[in-house]
Design a protein around this ligand. Sequence first.
Ligand code: ADP
Length: 471
Amino acid sequence: MEADRPAAQPALASPAPAASKPGKGRALSSLAWRQELVKLTIVAVVGLVAGQLFSHVLAGFTVAIVVYLANQMRHLRHLRLWLMAPKHYQLPEPSGIWGEVFEALQVLDKRNRKRKKKLAEIVAEFQASTAALPDGAVVLGEHGEILWFNRAAQSLLGLRSSQDVGIRIANLIRHPNFTDYIAGDSYSGEVEVPSPINRNIALALRIIPYGNNQRLMIVRDISEVRRLEHARRDFVSNASHELRTPLTVLRGYLDMLEPDTRDGKGLAAWRMPVTEMRNQAVRMESLINDMLKLARLEADGYDHRLDVLDIPSMLARTVEEAKAMSKGQHRFEVNIQPQLFLCGREIEAQSILSNLVTNAVRYTPPGGVIRVNWWGDAEGAHFSVVDSGIGIEAADIPRLTERFYRVDVGRSRASGGTGLGLSIVKHALERHDGRLRIDSELGAGSTFRCDFPPHRVDGHEALPVSGNIVH
Ligand code: ADP
């Protein structure tokens, strides 16, 4: 019997120490059981003796047992009342086994209450600290319903404490970016939306799944970051515009002076400086043009109009220009799939083609081979430029699309580079949902490949399902 109820045993003596001294608790418990058995035996014997006196042994025994059971029922009633309202009902302190049970239950109840209080304190502390966070935090339930949010979420999303708990977050933030993000279930990265209460506030939302189908949504105010980015873009764009006019004037005069110095009509001493000034002016002009191109690509005003681009013709022209630039020093192998058109913007697509093809010419020593490919398959359309040039070290490859990043600054400048070409390619590709892949080995040539998804291909339903050509 003792083995049936080990949990209650430690609590018989003074509650707290008893819990840590199971040996003592067990001794007292067995004593209580023995007392209870003795009590039951005495009651039965008294019943039997009384029955004997009145010549009704069985009746006497039955009455005694009924009295004993009634006493047990009384204790059970106390227990039931206490269980229903442990805080408000005072349990009696009977001796014996019931005393032990009542005491053990009260100790358990006290311990639970302490634990609950501690947990409540931790939760309150957590809520107080998250409430003070500058970022908004919203706890979402299984179906995206709001369970809890902090003060910052209140001011950033306009949530109201009483009304909005239980409402689905997708009903409050109705921006298409967020609708797609929450429906996606993968929650990779962040999504940017304007605040539902003030369109001038830009918010970055991130959902982090945790626990049992719950999700934590972090809301960051990124208006300041966006404002600074805007200011930087405007500055670059305005400065480039402003510089362009005086530079055009300077270049015009330098162009006029150069034939004079070349023909020997002007001052011989000016020949070199004028040519150098003119070269530098041309370099500044290409820098400004590239900076303007980048600023335009980054500009917020997204032009949604798309044209059908005849990439085969554009590529053929680009290769002709590259051949002129190469002056016959390179061998060109061109493999263009006819009638494979792209939906996009011509100026941007032209930047992609020209930058990659001219880079191949500039970074491939004379005698090298340049292969230009344009083909379509089930994954979309692909453009690749493969050269047998100087190649790039693996460590430099991830940084090539950074602005002004050049592996060899001298070589880049000498061949008229601005260090912005691949940045332009990357941005222009992003605006066409494309991706740039660079494979290269130092001294063994490079492959620059652009992949465009099927939805960007004009008439993509006609793309072959299999049988890809590998370039
Ligand atoms: P740049 O005007 O300097 O060419 P890009 O942004 O076009 O600027 O290219 C960045 C750098 O990447 C170049 O300076 C060069 O070091 C390297 N690079 C680009 N294309 C090639 C290539 N085909 N072969 C080797 N290096 C290349």
